[in-house]
Design a protein around this ligand. Structure first.
Ligand code: IVH
Length: 713
């Protein structure tokens, strides 16, 4: 039999030879998925599919024990870290959990434990049942009560040092609260992003013309893996504590006692936790959480059961990569099968084209789904999703999933159900806009072909124009009450608002337009609309820059540009100079925080266009752009270079840096002859920075002395 077919044979029926081939194939496939999941934060299969592969792999090893070599994946957890961050060896390895998929698996788990511990039938056995948070695990090492190192799981033995990033999380105490804290405490738990925060972030990504994130889990992972902790700080990440690594002393003797202790230390523990005393109670709790799941504002993917008594946990110990005393009872993946009616192409503000599958409505996990993203042309080709050439006729049947509970995705095509005669989908060569401009494959900054297609119509494409206008009036830009997406579509269709400046001339033109006569409008709503527009005739520089909707210029970038240039005139002159290729101005802009080639190129490209310059000119004639707060030029530390080190107590490192910048000082990461001040936290006694500073004659300050110096006491 051909090796390929072995994948369809049940493990019990495999011959030795087939088992060997199948084991090797699965090993390659699982390793590849691990790499995508752990290193690229971009899994291509659902958790359920991954778990199934892993289960088959370990089942094969059970039937054919010779196949279990030192290379076996059952002895490894996750994939090796990416190497962008310093490596941290975990004092106690970070392992993972075995999965239970059925009620029977859970009953067996409880029986196995009773057997292993040789418990009499009437001997009570308690478990904690805890929601399994779908985020990424983190180990926080506290030394003498202060956060010393934060590390990701990595391959379980070695993770990445993400301490500066973790320090930006409000849920992570910099110091453990309470008395008699053990000298070494490694608190472990899950970093996650809430669903509403994820949606809001993706909305901002879309507004800035940037790639969208797939689900909260990947977003949290991506946010944490930022080299610049400032970016992590701008992403709302949270943390639940539920486990530990090295502890110099144990503050409790049960899992539930440890959870209480974490809460006392200042951590947040998950409220969906219960002590259960039988398999029935565990299962009842699983059902209860399963029902509550959709309403939670964070993703969970199961319930973890753990033997409560820690002395029993110790006796039970571990089997290969997971503890014998715990199991993860997964929820069935929220999947459904439905038919694709059509594929439509959405055009974003920056002309990026996103294919959307229009589906026969179907309920997935309590929500009716009619659209699913297909991401890009390559993804359609990979899935080979087909639609009928006759409008209204059904296309492929597909399996969809609400990934991370949020955006529905197409997982696969059910080939057996493909209607006859469907042809491979051809991605349109022209934009769906009335201009039908050709689409082009995006070229990234490295000059390589990207996965996205873009409409080449730019400012002439009416779809892009309306998207621009919608961005312009959106909440974080001009925020005009009564002028939302629907109104923009309508006014644009009527030809009344073609570009931003038209919004501000609407009132003057109303004698002719007579908005109050439109269905759904009346005198009051028109009056309110004009009042709302009038109040926006004054706007901060940062909002104004953001509202222009220049590619890659999101809120943070707009903020940095506004602080860097202070006035519209200064910024506008610089942008025009960059557009003309002025290298000196470019270098000046490059020196600003968070501003690099991508942003500068995008600004240059925008201001090079006569059309865009016209739009900006007509708009600035209508509004007053307020100057930004510039860094102070007369503080005690203006122009001085300052380094912050150690665990600061009154402010986070980022707050400290921001404060220094506001005061006109230059914060830096390392001590050199140019350093004027080193501000050291109380935990710093002998650090290399301190020694270097003393040698170089740098003034060393405590936090309080710093506050005194800058007059903030
Ligand atoms: S306990 C020795 N408890 O699930 C095992 N894990 O598949 C320690 N997770 O790596 C883990 N919620 O990232 C535990 N309440 C919880 C959890 C939880 C989520 C994650 C964690 C772990 C993975 C195991």
């Amino acid at each position: 039999m051909a090796a390929r077919d072995a994948s369809k044979i049940s493990v019990d029926d495999l011959t030795n030879k087939q088992a060997k081939t199948e084991h090797a194939r699965l090993q390659v496939e699982i390793t590849e998925h691990d790499k995508r999941y752990y290193q690229n934060d971009a899994p291509t299969v659902s958790d359920a599919e991954y778990d199934a592969l892993r289960k088959r792999y370990s089942d094969i090893e059970q039937h054919f024990p010779d196949l279990r070599t030192l290379e076996s994946l059952t002895l490894k957890v996750g994939a090796a870290p990416t190497g962008r961050f310093a490596k941290v060896r975990h004092a106690v390895p970070m392992l993972s959990l075995d999965n239970a998929f059925s009620e029977e698996d859970v009953t067996k788990f409880v029986e196995r434990i009773r057997r292993f511990l040789k418990l009499a039938e009437d001997e009570p056995l308690a478990f904690t049942a805890e929601a399994k948070i779908d985020g990424l695990s983190m180990s926080l090492r506290y030394e003498a009560g202060a956060l010393a190192v934060a590390a990701t799981r990595g391959d379980g033995a070695e993770g990445e040092d993400v301490t500066p990033n973790i320090k930006t999380l409000k849920d992570v105490p910099q110091r453990l609260k309470g008395k008699s804290i053990p000298a070494i405490c490694e608190v472990r738990g899950e970093v996650y992003m809430t669903k509403p925060d994820f949606l809001a972030l993706n909305k901002r990504q879309a507004e800035a013309g940037k790639e969208l994130y797939i689900n909260p889990r990947n977003t949290a992972a991506g946010s944490l893996r930022q080299k610049d902790a400032g970016i992590t700080a701008s992403r709302p990440l949270h943390f639940f504590a539920y486990a530990w690594g090295q502890m110099s002393e144990m503050p409790a003797d049960t899992q539930s006692g440890m959870l209480k202790w974490f809460a006392k230390c200042g951590f947040i523990t998950n409220p969906l936790t219960k002590v259960c005393r039988s398999a029935e109670e565990l299962l009842a709790f699983h059902r209860e959480i399963g029902l509550a799941r959709a309403k939670l504002d964070y993703d969970i993917d199961g319930v973890v059961y753990k033997v409560d008594r820690l002395d029993w946990q110790e006796r039970l110990g571990f089997v290969s990569r997971s503890p014998r005393w715990a199991v993860a009872h997964k929820f069935p993946a929220e999947k459904a099968t439905t038919v694709v009616r059509d594929i439509v192409i959405q055009v974003g503000r920056t002309g990026a084209l996103t294919p959307i599958a229009k589906l026969e409505p179907v309920t997935v996990g309590g929500v009716v789904v009619q659209n699913a993203t297909l991401h890009n042309a390559d993804e359609i080709a990979r899935l080979d999703v087909r639609i009928s050439e006759t409008p209204g006729k059904p296309g492929d049947t597909v399996v969809i999933q609400r990934a991370g509970d949020v955006i529905p995705q197409v997982l696969e095509v059910v080939l057996e159900k493909r209607p006859k005669g469907l042809k491979p989908y051809a991605f349109p060569k022209t934009c769906p806009c009335p201009l039908k401009t050709p689409v082009v494959r995006e070229i990234n900054s490295a000059g390589e072909e990207g996965v996205r297609f873009r409409c080449s119509g730019e400012f002439a494409c009416p779809f892009q124009k309306t998207e621009h206008l919608k961005h312009f009036v959106s909440r974080r830009a001009f925020d005009i009450d009564g002028l939302g997406e629907k109104q923009i579509d309508y006014f644009f269709e009527q030809g009344w608002i073609k570009e931003p400046a038209d919004i501000f001339t609407l009132e003057a033109r109303n004698a002719k337009l007579k908005l109050e006569e439109i269905d759904g409008y009346g005198d009051t709503s028109v009056r309110n609309l004009f009042a709302a527009i009038r109040t926006r005739r004054e706007i901060s520089l940062e909002r104004f820059i953001y509202a222009l909707g220049i590619r890659h210029v999101g809120e943070t970038t707009a903020y940095e540009l506004s602080r860097g240039y202070g006035t519209w005139t200064a910024f506008h002159d610089a942008a025009l100079a960059v557009a003309k290729g002025d290298e000196a101005v470019r270098a000046e802009m490059d020196a600003l925080d968070q501003i690099g080639d991508t942003v500068i190129d995008a600004l240059g490209a925008y201001f090079k266009e006569t059309h865009n310059r016209g739009i900006v000119e007509r708009l600035t004639a209508q509004v007053k752009i307020l100057d930004a707060d510039r860094p102070a030029s007369n503080s005690a530390v203006t122009g001085k270079t300052v380094v912050f080190t150690g665990a600061l107590e009154k402010m986070t490192r980022d707050e400290a840096k921001a404060m220094a910048k506001r005061l006109g000082a230059k914060p830096s990461g390392s001590v050199s002859a140019k350093t004027d001040y080193l501000v050291a936290g109380p935990d710093v006694q002998t650090s290399s920075k301190l020694v270097k500073a003393r040698e170089a004659g740098v003034t060393v300050l405590t936090e309080d002395e710093w506050f005194e110096l800058v007059g903030k006491k």
